[in-house]
Design a binder for this molecule. Structure first.
Ligand SMILES: CC(=O)[C@@H](O)[C@H](O)COP(=O)(O)O
Ligand SMILES: NCC(=O)COP(=O)(O)O
Length: 240
């Protein structure tokens, strides 16, 4: 069964636009869980453009489902993980100034660095997932550095889905098969939405978890948060 983790970054983007506490990010996390989300994902970027360090510590006390914290493993991030001990840390190779995540790790070139940080995080009792392009060598590299899971970076799947979904999913299926062979769990995320989600899950049923933020929050503006989460749960096959 694939689990749905709701990425709540965009609640914080909206809140930060006015500097007050509307919407309340902590309440939003609790509501997402109440409405059925099986996890909460955040990506506390160094510039605090959305989720702030203060949010991270406040969320620790309220998240009762799987807490997944994403980020580049610099000293700030490592301290957050050490203090919070979430269920999962997802490492992304983002520079501090990217608009949004735009690539998976080169797990071969960064082997030494990743081996060190993956071990450090696993020693905290945290599951470690690496944001990875659907490239076999990168999946093998993720295994070699000691990761527990990969998170397939689904931007190119999402972009190509409407033109040729069979072609779009093909490298992802191969990467997921390889990951499973190697004993790695498989997560997926980035630009997943109500259009492209079900096909991904149908073609890669071994997907352990999807983390979805941008499209889900946009949908919630029209459909309401509870209804939207229920619709995403339906797409991941929760209501069979
Ligand atoms: C790793 C990943 O794909 C997401 O965390 C994505 O980067 C969302 O981050 P933003 O909300 O900052 O775009
Ligand atoms: N890991 C992906 C994520 O958390 C959300 O990505 P998006 O749905 O905001 O593109």
């Amino acid at each position: 069964m694939t689990r749905l983790s709701v990425n709540i970054n965009k609640f914080a983007s909206l809140r930060n636009a006015r500097g007050g506490n509307n919407p309340d990010v902590i309440k939003a996390a609790m509501d997402c869980e109440r409405f059925g989300a099986q996890g909460i994902t955040i990506h506390p970027r160094p510039d605090e453009r959305h989720i702030t360090t203060k949010d991270v510590y406040a969320l620790k006390d309220v998240v009762t489902t799987e807490f997944n914290i994403e980020g580049y493993p610099d000293q700030r991030f490592l301290k957050i993980i050490k203090d919070i001990r979430p269920a999962q840390a997802t490492l992304v190779p983002d520079g501090p100034d990217v608009l949004t995540s735009n690539a998976g790790w080169d797990t071969i070139r960064n082997k030494e660095f990743l081996t060190k940080v993956v071990k450090e995080l696993k020693d905290f009792g945290v599951r470690v997932s690496l944001f990875t392009d659907p490239v076999i060598d990168m999946v093998t590299g993720a295994k070699d550095v000691g990761a527990d899971r990969i998170e397939l970076y689904t931007e190119s799947y999402a972009t190509q889905y409407s033109k040729d979904k069979i072609k779009a999913i093909s490298p992802y299926k191969k990467a997921a098969v390889k990951a499973t062979e190697l004993g790695l769990g498989v997560n997926a995320g980035h630009d997943l939405d109500l259009e492209n989600l079900n096909y991904l899950i149908t073609e890669i049923p071994e997907t352990d978890e999807v983390s979805i933020g941008h499209a889900l929050i946009c949908d919630a503006l029209y459909l309401g948060l509870e209804n939207t989460i229920q619709r995403y749960l339906k797409e991941v096959g929760f209501y069979k």
